[in-house]
Design a protein around this ligand. Structure first.
Ligand SMILES: CC(=O)SCCNC(=O)CCNC(=O)[C@H](O)C(C)(C)COP(=O)(O)OP(=O)(O)OC[C@H]1O[C@@H](n2cnc3c(N)ncnc32)[C@H](O)[C@@H]1OP(=O)(O)O
Ligand SMILES: O=C([O-])CC(=O)C(=O)O
Length: 376
């Protein structure tokens, strides 16, 4: 019998999940049955975390308790700050720094029993609360600015921007950022989530699973694409060339356009539609819609000429840029949102675990005669 190879595991169903559903042909996404558009419009990131981790939307008391517990866990200890500073001083890549620091969190974290769901949820909550602190501290340290400790009275999104800029953001900026966190929180068995599941399936600790996931998210075919998108837009702008001519040349040279194409969506990613509106309104508010206009022109061209549609990374780029966020922070920001989904999937994996272990079809040489070293 010939083994059929499913390259990239396309279309392979490896587990059941109650977390998110994607209809790639209709361009629809929902978390636990709630449409992403409704969640983006009406729910905070904390509500979405609660939904993903506990299965229902919280009532007001549940949300208040949950938010308080998250906020109380934002601080990181001095050892973690020292590691973060050292990585910033060594000019480490932001995603590599985040991966290293999250891995180092195990030093100071308890709840060692992995079969304990409640313990794992507490651990997940602590890591999710601390990741924005780490990302903001890294950025400030490399700029040579004093670190800004977290504030417990601010929401998750608002507090991150406060720690990054030492200034409480205005309502529009903090709502836009919160919405971006909601939009990135989960997305089926994307590559980083799957790598977290593979790690968890060996019964490794959740932190090990998250470290795998951060590494996987960093690549340019996955979360790393949001940084690539903005670098491309800047490059086009700097070159003074016609954006469509630039794109045409890139396609003719066989290059991939970051922020376009998707394994599951054949149409526009619903998250890109929402972020495109955010990008447009930030541009209008600032009286400069250059980035939005360049983006929509590219979107239209690639749809007409190549049948390619934008994914979530395309419009998050100009949205973050107009919020003044440094370009290489975009993928760490993706991580501080997606950690919620990673944890939810890791918990599902532990709840019904079986080691994930596919096979490869062997196509190398067979039955070779061994020749001892002295005769080779
Ligand atoms: C959060 C996220 O992870 S969203 C994805 C972020 N990544 C990117 O934006 C990077 C750019 N996009 C891509 O490289 C791809 O679309 C991926 C990696 C997202 C999906 O890859 P796959 O599902 O393996 O699709 P595959 O690579 O087979 O592409 C199918 C066809 O579309 C073309 N294509 C897909 N995406 C692009 C793109 N961005 N630019 C140009 N052509 C593209 C491919 O060349 C291929 O054409 P071919 O069959 O003539 O060779
Ligand atoms: O689902 C995927 O393959 C990639 C993606 O859009 C995400 O992780 O948000």
């Amino acid at each position: 019998m010939v083994d059929v190879v499913k390259r990239g595991l396309e279309g392979v169903v490896v587990s059941e999940s109650q977390l998110s559903t994607i209809d790639g042909d209709a361009g629809r996404l929902s978390y636990r049955g709630y449409a992403i558009e409704d969640l983006a419009r009406g729910a905070s990131y904390e509500e979405v975390l609660y939904l993903l981790w506990y299965g229902t939307l919280p009532d007001q008391t549940e949300l208040a308790e949950f938010t308080e517990a998250m906020a109380a866990n934002r601080e990181v200890d001095d050892t973690i700050l020292e590691i973060t500073r050292a990585l910033a001083a060594a000019d480490e890549e932001p995603m590599a720094a985040l991966r290293t620091v999250v891995s180092a969190l195990s030093e100071s974290d308890s709840d060692a029993d992995m079969t304990d769901r409640e313990g794992n949820l507490r651990k997940g909550r602590r890591i999710t609360a601390k990741m924005p602190t780490i990302v903001a501290a890294f950025e400030r340290a490399r700029r040579g600015d004093q670190l800004v400790p977290p504030r417990e009275d601010l929401g998750h999104a608002e507090n991150f921007l406060y720690m990054l800029n030492n200034e409480v953001p205005n309502e529009v900026v903090s709502e836009t950022f919160d919405q971006a966190l909601v939009l990135h929180a989960d997305h089926g068995l994307n590559a980083s989530t799957f790598s977290a599941m593979v790690t968890a399936s060996t019964l490794a600790d959740p932190r090990a699973a998250l470290t795998s996931a951060i590494g996987t998210l960093s690549g340019s075919l996955h979360g790393g694409a949001n940084q690539d998108v903005m670098e491309m837009l800047e490059d086009i702008d700097r070159s003074g060339s016609d954006p469509l001519g630039w794109i045409e040349t890139a396609i003719d040279e066989g290059r991939r356009i970051p922020g376009f194409g998707h394994r599951v969506y054949s149409v526009t990613d619903p998250r890109a539609k929402i972020l495109s509106e955010r990008s447009e309104s930030l541009g209008k508010a600032a009286g400069d819609t250059k980035w939005y206009e360049m983006s929509t022109a590219i979107e239209q061209y690639l749809a007409e000429e190549k049948g390619l549609a934008p994914n979530v990374d395309f419009y998050s780029a100009s949205t973050y840029y107009q919020m003044g966020i440094p370009i290489d922070m975009y993928t760490p920001i993706f991580a501080i949102s997606r950690v919620g989904g990673w944890i939810a999937h890791v918990l599902e994996q532990y709840d019904d675990n079986r080691l994930i272990r596919p096979r490869a079809r062997y196509v190398g040489p067979k039955n070779r005669k061994f020749v001892p070293l002295e005769k080779r």
